[in-house]
Design a protein around this ligand. Structure first.
Ligand SMILES: Cc1cc2nc3c(=O)[nH]c(=O)nc-3n(C[C@H](O)[C@H](O)[C@H](O)COP(=O)(O)OP(=O)(O)OC[C@H]3O[C@@H](n4cnc5c(N)ncnc54)[C@H](O)[C@@H]3O)c2cc1C
Ligand SMILES: *[C@@H]1O[C@H](CO)[C@@H](O)[C@H](O)[C@H]1NC(C)=O
Ligand SMILES: *[C@@H]1O[C@H](CO)[C@@H](O)[C@H](O)[C@H]1NC(C)=O
Length: 446
Protein backbone atom coordinates (compact mmCIF):
# COMPACT_ATOMS: atom_id res chain seq x y z
CA UNK A 1 0.00 0.00 0.00
CA UNK A 2 1.46 3.32 -1.07
CA UNK A 3 1.17 5.87 1.70
CA UNK A 4 0.19 8.69 -0.67
CA UNK A 5 -2.75 6.90 -2.25
CA UNK A 6 -6.25 8.11 -1.44
CA UNK A 7 -8.06 5.94 1.07
CA UNK A 8 -11.82 6.44 1.33
CA UNK A 9 -13.60 5.03 4.37
CA UNK A 10 -17.39 4.84 4.29
CA UNK A 11 -18.96 4.92 7.75
CA UNK A 12 -17.85 6.87 10.81
CA UNK A 13 -18.73 4.43 13.58
CA UNK A 14 -16.21 2.69 15.82
CA UNK A 15 -14.90 0.66 12.87
CA UNK A 16 -14.49 3.54 10.41
CA UNK A 17 -13.07 6.03 12.91
CA UNK A 18 -10.73 3.44 14.41
CA UNK A 19 -9.47 2.56 10.94
CA UNK A 20 -8.94 6.19 9.95
CA UNK A 21 -6.93 7.00 13.07
CA UNK A 22 -4.75 3.92 12.63
CA UNK A 23 -4.05 4.79 8.98
CA UNK A 24 -2.95 8.29 10.01
CA UNK A 25 -0.76 6.84 12.75
CA UNK A 26 0.88 4.65 10.13
CA UNK A 27 1.60 7.65 7.92
CA UNK A 28 -1.07 7.42 5.24
CA UNK A 29 -1.37 10.90 3.79
CA UNK A 30 -4.87 10.99 2.35
CA UNK A 31 -7.61 9.47 4.46
CA UNK A 32 -11.23 10.56 4.00
CA UNK A 33 -14.29 9.37 5.95
CA UNK A 34 -17.77 9.67 4.52
CA UNK A 35 -20.91 9.35 6.60
CA UNK A 36 -24.59 10.25 6.21
CA UNK A 37 -24.41 12.06 9.58
CA UNK A 38 -21.86 13.72 11.82
CA UNK A 39 -20.33 11.34 14.38
CA UNK A 40 -21.37 10.31 16.92
CA UNK A 41 -24.03 9.34 14.38
CA UNK A 42 -27.46 9.51 16.08
CA UNK A 43 -28.74 6.15 14.82
CA UNK A 44 -25.36 4.44 14.35
CA UNK A 45 -24.71 1.47 16.58
CA UNK A 46 -21.56 3.09 17.95
CA UNK A 47 -23.63 5.80 19.60
CA UNK A 48 -25.42 5.39 22.90
CA UNK A 49 -24.96 6.30 26.55
CA UNK A 50 -23.37 2.95 27.34
CA UNK A 51 -21.77 -0.21 25.96
CA UNK A 52 -20.43 -3.10 28.02
CA UNK A 53 -16.64 -3.45 28.10
CA UNK A 54 -15.61 -6.94 29.16
CA UNK A 55 -13.19 -9.65 28.26
CA UNK A 56 -15.34 -12.54 29.38
CA UNK A 57 -15.67 -14.43 26.10
CA UNK A 58 -16.36 -18.00 25.14
CA UNK A 59 -13.86 -17.54 22.29
CA UNK A 60 -10.18 -17.25 23.26
CA UNK A 61 -9.27 -14.91 20.36
CA UNK A 62 -11.86 -12.28 21.30
CA UNK A 63 -11.06 -12.78 24.98
CA UNK A 64 -7.39 -11.91 24.33
CA UNK A 65 -8.13 -8.91 22.10
CA UNK A 66 -10.79 -7.67 24.49
CA UNK A 67 -8.26 -7.79 27.33
CA UNK A 68 -5.86 -5.78 25.19
CA UNK A 69 -8.64 -3.23 24.56
CA UNK A 70 -9.74 -3.23 28.21
CA UNK A 71 -6.24 -2.21 29.32
CA UNK A 72 -6.33 0.68 26.82
CA UNK A 73 -9.76 1.89 27.99
CA UNK A 74 -8.02 2.85 31.24
CA UNK A 75 -5.39 5.04 29.52
CA UNK A 76 -5.69 8.83 29.02
CA UNK A 77 -6.98 8.67 25.42
CA UNK A 78 -10.04 6.63 26.43
CA UNK A 79 -10.62 6.81 30.16
CA UNK A 80 -12.86 9.88 30.12
CA UNK A 81 -15.58 7.70 28.56
CA UNK A 82 -14.84 4.56 30.56
CA UNK A 83 -16.31 3.48 33.90
CA UNK A 84 -14.91 0.41 35.59
CA UNK A 85 -17.70 -1.67 37.15
CA UNK A 86 -18.06 -5.36 37.92
CA UNK A 87 -20.05 -7.33 35.39
CA UNK A 88 -22.27 -10.05 36.84
CA UNK A 89 -23.25 -12.83 34.43
CA UNK A 90 -26.11 -15.04 35.43
CA UNK A 91 -28.07 -17.92 34.01
CA UNK A 92 -30.18 -20.78 35.26
CA UNK A 93 -28.25 -23.91 36.14
CA UNK A 94 -29.75 -27.33 35.55
CA UNK A 95 -32.23 -28.24 38.28
CA UNK A 96 -33.32 -31.75 39.32
CA UNK A 97 -36.51 -31.16 37.32
CA UNK A 98 -34.64 -29.72 34.35
CA UNK A 99 -31.20 -31.29 34.20
CA UNK A 100 -30.59 -30.52 30.51
CA UNK A 101 -27.96 -27.86 29.89
CA UNK A 102 -29.28 -24.81 28.13
CA UNK A 103 -27.47 -22.79 25.49
CA UNK A 104 -26.96 -20.02 28.03
CA UNK A 105 -25.39 -22.39 30.48
CA UNK A 106 -23.12 -23.81 27.84
CA UNK A 107 -21.90 -20.33 26.92
CA UNK A 108 -21.40 -19.43 30.56
CA UNK A 109 -19.30 -22.58 31.13
CA UNK A 110 -17.22 -21.93 28.04
CA UNK A 111 -16.57 -18.36 29.12
CA UNK A 112 -15.41 -19.41 32.57
CA UNK A 113 -13.15 -22.04 31.06
CA UNK A 114 -11.57 -19.52 28.66
CA UNK A 115 -11.00 -17.04 31.48
CA UNK A 116 -9.37 -19.70 33.61
CA UNK A 117 -7.15 -20.78 30.72
CA UNK A 118 -6.11 -17.16 30.22
CA UNK A 119 -5.11 -17.01 33.88
CA UNK A 120 -7.93 -14.54 34.69
CA UNK A 121 -9.76 -15.01 37.91
CA UNK A 122 -13.50 -14.82 38.31
CA UNK A 123 -15.74 -14.97 41.33
CA UNK A 124 -18.46 -17.63 41.35
CA UNK A 125 -21.85 -16.46 42.58
CA UNK A 126 -23.88 -19.55 43.35
CA UNK A 127 -27.15 -18.16 44.61
CA UNK A 128 -29.41 -15.15 44.71
CA UNK A 129 -28.42 -14.59 48.35
CA UNK A 130 -24.75 -14.54 47.43
CA UNK A 131 -25.42 -12.12 44.58
CA UNK A 132 -27.18 -9.79 47.02
CA UNK A 133 -24.30 -10.05 49.47
CA UNK A 134 -21.87 -8.90 46.78
CA UNK A 135 -24.28 -6.35 45.31
CA UNK A 136 -26.81 -5.19 47.91
CA UNK A 137 -28.36 -2.69 45.50
CA UNK A 138 -29.94 -5.54 43.54
CA UNK A 139 -33.22 -5.67 45.40
CA UNK A 140 -35.39 -7.87 43.18
CA UNK A 141 -35.86 -11.63 43.20
CA UNK A 142 -33.15 -11.86 40.49
CA UNK A 143 -33.95 -15.36 39.45
CA UNK A 144 -35.86 -18.47 40.09
CA UNK A 145 -34.37 -21.91 40.87
CA UNK A 146 -30.85 -22.69 39.81
CA UNK A 147 -29.22 -19.26 39.92
CA UNK A 148 -25.71 -19.65 38.56
CA UNK A 149 -23.44 -16.68 38.10
CA UNK A 150 -19.96 -15.25 38.14
CA UNK A 151 -18.35 -11.85 38.02
CA UNK A 152 -15.07 -10.06 37.77
CA UNK A 153 -14.35 -6.48 38.72
CA UNK A 154 -12.20 -6.04 35.60
CA UNK A 155 -15.08 -4.93 33.43
CA UNK A 156 -17.08 -1.80 32.92
CA UNK A 157 -18.96 0.28 30.46
CA UNK A 158 -18.16 3.08 28.06
CA UNK A 159 -20.19 6.14 27.19
CA UNK A 160 -20.19 5.22 23.52
CA UNK A 161 -21.28 8.61 22.17
CA UNK A 162 -18.59 10.39 24.14
CA UNK A 163 -15.92 7.87 23.14
CA UNK A 164 -16.84 8.31 19.46
CA UNK A 165 -16.85 12.09 19.75
CA UNK A 166 -13.37 11.99 21.24
CA UNK A 167 -12.14 9.55 18.62
CA UNK A 168 -13.54 11.77 15.90
CA UNK A 169 -11.61 14.76 17.33
CA UNK A 170 -8.42 12.73 17.34
CA UNK A 171 -9.04 11.73 13.72
CA UNK A 172 -9.69 15.33 12.71
CA UNK A 173 -6.59 16.57 14.56
CA UNK A 174 -4.44 13.98 12.85
CA UNK A 175 -5.60 15.12 9.41
CA UNK A 176 -8.46 12.78 8.50
CA UNK A 177 -10.90 14.50 6.12
CA UNK A 178 -14.59 14.26 6.94
CA UNK A 179 -17.44 14.54 4.45
CA UNK A 180 -20.78 14.21 6.23
CA UNK A 181 -24.45 14.72 5.46
CA UNK A 182 -25.82 14.36 1.90
CA UNK A 183 -22.30 14.86 0.48
CA UNK A 184 -21.16 11.84 2.46
CA UNK A 185 -24.17 9.56 1.98
CA UNK A 186 -22.97 6.94 -0.49
CA UNK A 187 -25.51 5.68 -2.97
CA UNK A 188 -23.44 3.79 -5.49
CA UNK A 189 -19.97 2.62 -6.46
CA UNK A 190 -18.58 3.59 -9.84
CA UNK A 191 -16.35 0.93 -11.32
CA UNK A 192 -13.52 0.71 -13.80
CA UNK A 193 -13.79 -1.85 -16.61
CA UNK A 194 -11.67 -4.30 -14.58
CA UNK A 195 -14.16 -4.21 -11.71
CA UNK A 196 -12.08 -2.07 -9.36
CA UNK A 197 -13.85 0.84 -7.72
CA UNK A 198 -13.11 4.26 -9.15
CA UNK A 199 -15.34 6.47 -7.04
CA UNK A 200 -18.46 6.61 -4.97
CA UNK A 201 -21.52 8.58 -5.91
CA UNK A 202 -23.08 10.27 -2.92
CA UNK A 203 -26.45 11.95 -2.58
CA UNK A 204 -24.93 15.27 -3.58
CA UNK A 205 -21.73 14.45 -5.43
CA UNK A 206 -18.95 11.97 -6.01
CA UNK A 207 -15.65 11.13 -4.34
CA UNK A 208 -12.74 9.41 -6.08
CA UNK A 209 -10.17 7.22 -4.40
CA UNK A 210 -7.60 4.46 -4.81
CA UNK A 211 -8.80 2.27 -1.93
CA UNK A 212 -12.28 1.96 -0.44
CA UNK A 213 -13.04 0.60 3.01
CA UNK A 214 -16.70 -0.03 3.75
CA UNK A 215 -17.48 0.26 7.48
CA UNK A 216 -21.20 0.88 7.26
CA UNK A 217 -22.32 -1.46 10.04
CA UNK A 218 -25.89 -2.74 9.71
CA UNK A 219 -26.35 -0.77 6.46
CA UNK A 220 -23.62 -2.73 4.67
CA UNK A 221 -25.75 -5.31 2.87
CA UNK A 222 -27.90 -2.55 1.40
CA UNK A 223 -24.79 -0.88 -0.04
CA UNK A 224 -22.58 -3.70 -1.31
CA UNK A 225 -23.41 -7.25 -2.47
CA UNK A 226 -22.96 -9.05 0.83
CA UNK A 227 -23.48 -12.59 -0.46
CA UNK A 228 -25.91 -13.35 2.38
CA UNK A 229 -23.06 -13.20 4.85
CA UNK A 230 -24.56 -10.56 7.14
CA UNK A 231 -27.90 -9.65 8.59
CA UNK A 232 -29.12 -6.43 10.21
CA UNK A 233 -30.93 -7.34 13.43
CA UNK A 234 -32.83 -4.73 15.45
CA UNK A 235 -32.38 -4.95 19.22
CA UNK A 236 -34.44 -3.24 21.89
CA UNK A 237 -33.16 -0.67 24.38
CA UNK A 238 -35.04 1.17 27.13
CA UNK A 239 -34.15 4.22 29.24
CA UNK A 240 -35.75 4.75 32.60
CA UNK A 241 -35.66 8.17 34.24
CA UNK A 242 -34.10 8.19 37.73
CA UNK A 243 -34.18 10.97 40.28
CA UNK A 244 -30.78 12.39 41.29
CA UNK A 245 -31.20 10.57 44.62
CA UNK A 246 -31.75 7.27 42.84
CA UNK A 247 -28.74 7.89 40.63
CA UNK A 248 -26.62 8.33 43.76
CA UNK A 249 -28.20 5.35 45.48
CA UNK A 250 -27.64 2.97 42.55
CA UNK A 251 -24.19 4.24 41.61
CA UNK A 252 -22.43 1.02 42.62
CA UNK A 253 -24.58 -1.37 40.66
CA UNK A 254 -22.79 -4.01 38.65
CA UNK A 255 -23.65 -4.56 35.01
CA UNK A 256 -26.17 -7.39 35.20
CA UNK A 257 -26.39 -9.78 32.28
CA UNK A 258 -28.99 -12.55 32.18
CA UNK A 259 -27.64 -15.15 29.74
CA UNK A 260 -30.94 -17.02 29.70
CA UNK A 261 -32.94 -14.14 28.22
CA UNK A 262 -30.21 -11.82 26.88
CA UNK A 263 -31.52 -9.05 29.17
CA UNK A 264 -28.87 -6.72 30.55
CA UNK A 265 -28.81 -3.58 32.69
CA UNK A 266 -26.24 -0.86 33.34
CA UNK A 267 -25.49 1.28 36.37
CA UNK A 268 -27.05 4.77 36.12
CA UNK A 269 -25.65 7.17 33.52
CA UNK A 270 -25.06 10.27 35.59
CA UNK A 271 -25.06 12.96 32.87
CA UNK A 272 -28.55 11.99 31.67
CA UNK A 273 -29.97 10.37 34.82
CA UNK A 274 -30.99 7.29 32.83
CA UNK A 275 -30.97 3.67 33.87
CA UNK A 276 -30.51 1.78 30.63
CA UNK A 277 -31.58 -1.80 29.93
CA UNK A 278 -31.41 -3.80 26.70
CA UNK A 279 -31.68 -7.28 25.23
CA UNK A 280 -28.83 -9.12 23.52
CA UNK A 281 -31.11 -11.33 21.47
CA UNK A 282 -31.79 -12.54 17.95
CA UNK A 283 -33.61 -9.34 17.15
CA UNK A 284 -36.02 -8.12 14.50
CA UNK A 285 -35.52 -7.85 10.77
CA UNK A 286 -36.79 -5.09 8.51
CA UNK A 287 -36.80 -6.37 4.96
CA UNK A 288 -36.41 -4.23 1.86
CA UNK A 289 -37.02 -5.25 -1.74
CA UNK A 290 -33.42 -6.28 -2.37
CA UNK A 291 -32.13 -7.03 1.12
CA UNK A 292 -33.20 -9.43 3.84
CA UNK A 293 -32.92 -6.74 6.48
CA UNK A 294 -31.78 -3.14 6.74
CA UNK A 295 -32.15 -0.21 9.11
CA UNK A 296 -33.91 2.85 7.67
CA UNK A 297 -31.50 4.76 5.45
CA UNK A 298 -32.84 8.25 6.13
CA UNK A 299 -30.47 10.26 8.33
CA UNK A 300 -32.14 11.25 11.59
CA UNK A 301 -31.49 13.65 14.45
CA UNK A 302 -32.15 10.94 17.04
CA UNK A 303 -33.16 7.28 17.23
CA UNK A 304 -36.90 6.70 16.79
CA UNK A 305 -38.73 6.35 20.10
CA UNK A 306 -40.33 3.00 19.29
CA UNK A 307 -39.95 -0.71 20.03
CA UNK A 308 -42.39 -3.58 19.40
CA UNK A 309 -44.67 -4.57 22.27
CA UNK A 310 -43.00 -7.95 22.88
CA UNK A 311 -39.63 -6.20 23.15
CA UNK A 312 -41.05 -3.81 25.71
CA UNK A 313 -42.37 -6.78 27.64
CA UNK A 314 -38.94 -8.40 27.76
CA UNK A 315 -37.31 -5.20 29.00
CA UNK A 316 -39.97 -4.75 31.65
CA UNK A 317 -39.71 -8.39 32.81
CA UNK A 318 -35.95 -8.03 33.21
CA UNK A 319 -36.34 -4.81 35.14
CA UNK A 320 -38.91 -6.46 37.42
CA UNK A 321 -36.33 -9.14 38.33
CA UNK A 322 -33.83 -6.47 39.39
CA UNK A 323 -35.84 -3.53 40.69
CA UNK A 324 -39.53 -4.26 41.10
CA UNK A 325 -39.96 -0.82 42.66
CA UNK A 326 -38.77 0.96 39.48
CA UNK A 327 -40.37 -1.16 36.79
CA UNK A 328 -43.91 0.31 37.05
CA UNK A 329 -42.49 3.75 36.22
CA UNK A 330 -42.06 2.72 32.60
CA UNK A 331 -39.41 3.84 30.14
CA UNK A 332 -39.10 7.48 29.24
CA UNK A 333 -37.51 6.55 25.95
CA UNK A 334 -36.97 3.37 23.96
CA UNK A 335 -35.19 2.57 20.72
CA UNK A 336 -34.07 -0.02 18.23
CA UNK A 337 -30.34 -0.35 17.73
CA UNK A 338 -29.03 -2.47 14.87
CA UNK A 339 -26.50 -5.28 15.05
CA UNK A 340 -24.79 -6.32 11.85
CA UNK A 341 -24.79 -10.05 12.51
CA UNK A 342 -22.65 -12.62 10.78
CA UNK A 343 -23.34 -16.38 10.92
CA UNK A 344 -20.70 -17.06 13.59
CA UNK A 345 -20.59 -13.66 15.26
CA UNK A 346 -17.12 -13.12 13.78
CA UNK A 347 -16.18 -9.80 12.22
CA UNK A 348 -15.63 -9.54 8.48
CA UNK A 349 -12.33 -7.79 7.68
CA UNK A 350 -11.58 -8.78 4.11
CA UNK A 351 -11.55 -7.70 0.50
CA UNK A 352 -14.78 -8.04 -1.38
CA UNK A 353 -14.45 -11.14 -3.58
CA UNK A 354 -15.47 -9.19 -6.69
CA UNK A 355 -13.62 -5.88 -6.32
CA UNK A 356 -9.98 -5.87 -5.45
CA UNK A 357 -9.72 -2.36 -4.00
CA UNK A 358 -12.93 -2.69 -1.95
CA UNK A 359 -12.36 -3.79 1.62
CA UNK A 360 -15.19 -4.70 4.01
CA UNK A 361 -14.84 -3.93 7.73
CA UNK A 362 -18.03 -4.85 9.49
CA UNK A 363 -19.94 -7.66 11.19
CA UNK A 364 -19.82 -6.20 14.72
CA UNK A 365 -22.50 -8.76 15.66
CA UNK A 366 -23.47 -6.86 18.79
CA UNK A 367 -20.13 -7.16 20.55
CA UNK A 368 -17.61 -4.91 18.81
CA UNK A 369 -17.74 -1.60 20.65
CA UNK A 370 -15.40 -2.70 23.43
CA UNK A 371 -12.65 -3.16 20.83
CA UNK A 372 -12.70 0.54 19.87
CA UNK A 373 -9.12 1.22 21.09
CA UNK A 374 -7.67 -1.68 19.06
CA UNK A 375 -10.12 -2.27 16.23
CA UNK A 376 -8.24 0.00 13.81
CA UNK A 377 -5.06 -1.97 14.29
CA UNK A 378 -6.80 -5.23 13.36
CA UNK A 379 -8.75 -3.75 10.45
CA UNK A 380 -5.69 -2.07 8.94
CA UNK A 381 -3.63 -5.22 9.61
CA UNK A 382 -6.19 -7.27 7.66
CA UNK A 383 -6.32 -4.66 4.89
CA UNK A 384 -2.53 -4.89 4.55
CA UNK A 385 -2.68 -8.67 4.88
CA UNK A 386 -0.19 -8.47 7.72
CA UNK A 387 -2.11 -10.31 10.44
CA UNK A 388 -1.51 -13.97 11.28
CA UNK A 389 -3.17 -16.50 8.99
CA UNK A 390 -5.35 -17.51 11.90
CA UNK A 391 -6.85 -14.02 12.22
CA UNK A 392 -7.13 -13.45 8.46
CA UNK A 393 -8.99 -16.73 8.23
CA UNK A 394 -11.26 -15.89 11.17
CA UNK A 395 -12.32 -12.58 9.65
CA UNK A 396 -12.57 -13.56 6.00
CA UNK A 397 -15.54 -12.69 3.83
CA UNK A 398 -17.86 -15.74 3.95
CA UNK A 399 -18.58 -16.86 0.40
CA UNK A 400 -20.43 -20.10 1.08
CA UNK A 401 -23.89 -18.56 1.41
CA UNK A 402 -23.81 -16.65 -1.86
CA UNK A 403 -26.48 -18.65 -3.66
CA UNK A 404 -29.13 -18.59 -1.00
CA UNK A 405 -29.95 -16.70 2.16
CA UNK A 406 -29.90 -19.16 5.05
CA UNK A 407 -31.50 -17.53 8.05
CA UNK A 408 -30.82 -20.57 10.18
CA UNK A 409 -27.05 -20.09 10.04
CA UNK A 410 -27.23 -16.79 11.92
CA UNK A 411 -26.96 -18.27 15.38
CA UNK A 412 -24.15 -16.01 16.58
CA UNK A 413 -21.55 -17.07 19.09
CA UNK A 414 -23.95 -18.75 21.50
CA UNK A 415 -24.29 -15.73 23.79
CA UNK A 416 -27.79 -14.65 22.73
CA UNK A 417 -30.93 -15.26 24.69
CA UNK A 418 -34.66 -14.92 24.15
CA UNK A 419 -37.07 -15.63 21.31
CA UNK A 420 -36.18 -16.41 17.70
CA UNK A 421 -35.55 -13.60 15.26
CA UNK A 422 -38.62 -12.36 13.45
CA UNK A 423 -39.65 -9.81 10.81
CA UNK A 424 -41.36 -6.64 12.06
CA UNK A 425 -45.07 -6.76 11.19
CA UNK A 426 -46.66 -4.24 8.83
CA UNK A 427 -48.26 -2.50 11.77
CA UNK A 428 -44.98 -2.34 13.68
CA UNK A 429 -43.26 -0.92 10.62
CA UNK A 430 -45.91 1.76 10.38
CA UNK A 431 -45.42 2.74 14.00
CA UNK A 432 -41.64 2.67 13.57
CA UNK A 433 -41.90 4.95 10.52
CA UNK A 434 -44.16 7.38 12.35
CA UNK A 435 -41.74 7.51 15.28
CA UNK A 436 -38.85 7.98 12.85
CA UNK A 437 -40.54 11.01 11.32
CA UNK A 438 -41.26 12.44 14.75
CA UNK A 439 -37.59 12.08 15.70
CA UNK A 440 -36.73 14.71 13.09
CA UNK A 441 -34.71 14.35 9.94
CA UNK A 442 -31.20 15.63 9.53
CA UNK A 443 -32.45 18.40 7.26
CA UNK A 444 -34.86 19.78 9.81
CA UNK A 445 -32.10 19.99 12.40
CA UNK A 446 -29.82 22.21 10.34
C1 LIG B 1 -28.34 -2.21 21.31
C2 LIG B 1 -26.89 -2.49 21.10
C3 LIG B 1 -26.12 -2.84 22.19
C4 LIG B 1 -24.78 -3.14 22.03
N1 LIG B 1 -24.06 -3.43 23.13
C5 LIG B 1 -22.73 -3.62 23.02
C6 LIG B 1 -21.96 -3.80 24.18
O1 LIG B 1 -22.49 -3.76 25.28
N2 LIG B 1 -20.63 -3.99 24.04
C7 LIG B 1 -20.02 -4.01 22.83
O2 LIG B 1 -18.81 -4.19 22.77
N3 LIG B 1 -20.75 -3.83 21.70
C8 LIG B 1 -22.07 -3.64 21.77
N4 LIG B 1 -22.81 -3.43 20.66
C9 LIG B 1 -22.18 -3.57 19.34
C10 LIG B 1 -21.41 -2.36 18.89
O3 LIG B 1 -22.09 -1.19 19.27
C11 LIG B 1 -21.23 -2.44 17.38
O4 LIG B 1 -20.67 -3.71 17.04
C12 LIG B 1 -20.31 -1.37 16.86
O5 LIG B 1 -20.66 -0.11 17.36
C13 LIG B 1 -20.38 -1.38 15.35
O6 LIG B 1 -19.67 -0.28 14.83
P1 LIG B 1 -19.68 0.02 13.28
O7 LIG B 1 -18.69 1.09 13.07
O8 LIG B 1 -19.51 -1.25 12.53
O9 LIG B 1 -21.18 0.47 12.94
P2 LIG B 1 -21.91 1.92 13.14
O10 LIG B 1 -21.48 2.59 14.36
O11 LIG B 1 -23.37 1.69 12.95
O12 LIG B 1 -21.35 2.74 11.93
C14 LIG B 1 -21.80 2.60 10.62
C15 LIG B 1 -21.86 3.98 10.01
O13 LIG B 1 -22.06 3.87 8.61
C16 LIG B 1 -22.83 4.98 8.22
N5 LIG B 1 -23.46 4.68 6.93
C17 LIG B 1 -24.35 3.72 6.68
N6 LIG B 1 -24.69 3.74 5.38
C18 LIG B 1 -24.00 4.74 4.81
C19 LIG B 1 -23.94 5.25 3.48
N7 LIG B 1 -24.64 4.72 2.49
N8 LIG B 1 -23.12 6.30 3.25
C20 LIG B 1 -22.38 6.84 4.25
N9 LIG B 1 -22.42 6.40 5.52
C21 LIG B 1 -23.21 5.36 5.79
C22 LIG B 1 -23.84 5.14 9.33
O14 LIG B 1 -24.38 6.45 9.32
C23 LIG B 1 -23.01 4.82 10.56
O15 LIG B 1 -22.48 5.96 11.16
C24 LIG B 1 -24.18 -3.10 20.76
C25 LIG B 1 -24.94 -2.75 19.66
C26 LIG B 1 -26.28 -2.43 19.81
C27 LIG B 1 -27.07 -2.06 18.59
C1 LIG C 1 -10.53 -10.15 37.90
O1 LIG C 1 -9.52 -10.40 36.95
C2 LIG C 1 -8.33 -9.73 37.21
C3 LIG C 1 -7.43 -9.92 36.03
O2 LIG C 1 -7.14 -11.26 35.84
C4 LIG C 1 -7.73 -10.26 38.50
O3 LIG C 1 -6.49 -9.63 38.77
C5 LIG C 1 -8.70 -9.99 39.60
O4 LIG C 1 -8.25 -10.57 40.80
C6 LIG C 1 -10.07 -10.54 39.31
N1 LIG C 1 -10.95 -9.99 40.30
C7 LIG C 1 -11.98 -10.59 40.76
C8 LIG C 1 -12.76 -9.93 41.81
O5 LIG C 1 -12.29 -11.66 40.31
C1 LIG D 1 -33.55 -14.17 33.56
O1 LIG D 1 -34.71 -13.49 33.16
C2 LIG D 1 -35.92 -14.25 33.21
C3 LIG D 1 -37.02 -13.34 32.67
O2 LIG D 1 -37.04 -12.10 33.32
C4 LIG D 1 -36.19 -14.72 34.60
O3 LIG D 1 -37.32 -15.53 34.62
C5 LIG D 1 -35.00 -15.47 35.12
O4 LIG D 1 -35.23 -15.80 36.45
C6 LIG D 1 -33.75 -14.61 35.00
N1 LIG D 1 -32.59 -15.35 35.43
C7 LIG D 1 -31.63 -14.79 36.15
C8 LIG D 1 -30.55 -15.73 36.57
O5 LIG D 1 -31.61 -13.60 36.42
Amino acid sequence: MEKDQHVIIIGAGAFGLGTALRLKEEGYKSVTILDRSVPPVPDGSSNDISRVIRFDYGDPIYAEIAKEAFDLWKTPDYKEAFHQTPCLWVCQDGTPEQPVQSRAQEYSRKTKRVLTEMGQEWVPVGSVEEAKQHFPKLTGRLATPGFDGFYNTSAGWADAGLACARLMSRCASSGVNFITGPNGQVEEFEKNPDGTIKSVRTKNGRVEGDHFIVATGAWTSSLVPAWNSMLAAGQVVGYLRLTPEEVAELRDLPIYFNFSTGFFAFPPHEPTGYLKVACHGFGYTRSEPSVVSAPPSVAVASRANYIPADGLKRLTAGLMDLFPQLAPRGFEKVGICWYNDTPTGDFIFDYHPEHKNLFIATGGSGHAFKFLPVIGKYIVGSWQRKLSDKLLEKWKFPTQFRERFQGEVFTGDGSRGGPERRELTAQELDMFDTALKASGSRQSKI
